[in-house]
Design a protein around this ligand. Structure first.
Ligand code: DX5
Ligand code: ZN
Length: 223
């Protein structure tokens, strides 16, 4: 498969919104519905006020499926646990710029392991915080909700940061993806894409609707 460029729309259903009593079937459902990537939200109950799942679940998903695994670490010390996620089969590991670690070093280790490196920032974090790292990343994740829970409302005030990042990318000849995460559906994907985002994470609007394939299609086609 040809890897997507930063100009291709990528739909990444978030497993956080799946029915955890049947994770395997839920992953199959997302793949059959046309998911490009699977987004995996790791929460430690410290960086965010919620706990989700860790590397053993991701490893099981990796071993039983063939889909790109987009791992989003909402944890305070990504440097301590990074190797577990690299070994679990992540294709992309995204860490937060607000977490307690040497950001450049974590990104370097991720790429050195042959994995794509992502950097995330929360809605309240100025875009300038990620600027020093733009030539060391494969993906910039602009959170469009305060992380921790699925099902929250999209924050349009984040979109100027997406525009700024897309402008810097253009000026510097870089090619990192821009991902948005939180409250993405057929209505909010259009403005996010217009601002410059190409990777759409969607939990509630994909896993929690009757027709997941139609939902993915409508996010893909949203303008
Ligand atoms: C929020 C997570 C998201 C979440 C999105 O902390 O990072 O990935 O699953 O869920 P929805 O799409 O329901 O807002
Ligand atoms: Zn996420």
């Amino acid at each position: 498969m040809i890897p997507p460029t930063c100009h291709d729309r990528v739909i990444a259903p978030s497993l956080l919104a799946a029915d955890f009593s049947k994770v395997g079937e839920e992953v199959t459902r997302a793949i059959r519905a046309g998911a490009d990537w699977l987004h995996l939200d790791v929460m430690d109950g410290h960086f965010v006020n919620n706990i989700s799942f860790g590397p053993t679940v991701i490893q099981a998903v990796h071993e039983h499926n063939d889909i790109f695994l987009d791992v989003h670490l909402m944890i305070s010390r990504p440097d301590r646990y990074l190797d577990d996620y690299l070994e679990a089969g992540a294709d992309l590991v995204t860490v937060h710029v607000e977490a307690d670690h040497d950001v450049a070093e974590t990104l370097r280790r991720t790429r050195e392991a042959g994995c794509l490196a992502g950097l995330a920032l929360n809605p309240a974090t100025p875009i300038a915080e990620v600027e020093p790292f733009l030539d060391q990343i494969d993906l910039l994740l602009c959170m469009t909700v305060v992380p921790g829970f699925g099902g929250q409302a999209f924050m349009p005030e984040v979109l100027p940061k997406v525009e700024t990042a897309a402008g810097w990318r253009e000026q510097r000849g870089l090619d990192f993806h821009i991902e948005v995460d939180g409250g993405i559906d057929a209505d909010t994907a259009g403005p996010a894409a217009a601002a410059g985002a190409n990777v759409m994470v969607a939990g509630s609007s994909t896993f929690r609707v009757p027709d997941m394939a139609a939902a993915i299609r409508s996010i893909r086609e949203a303008r």
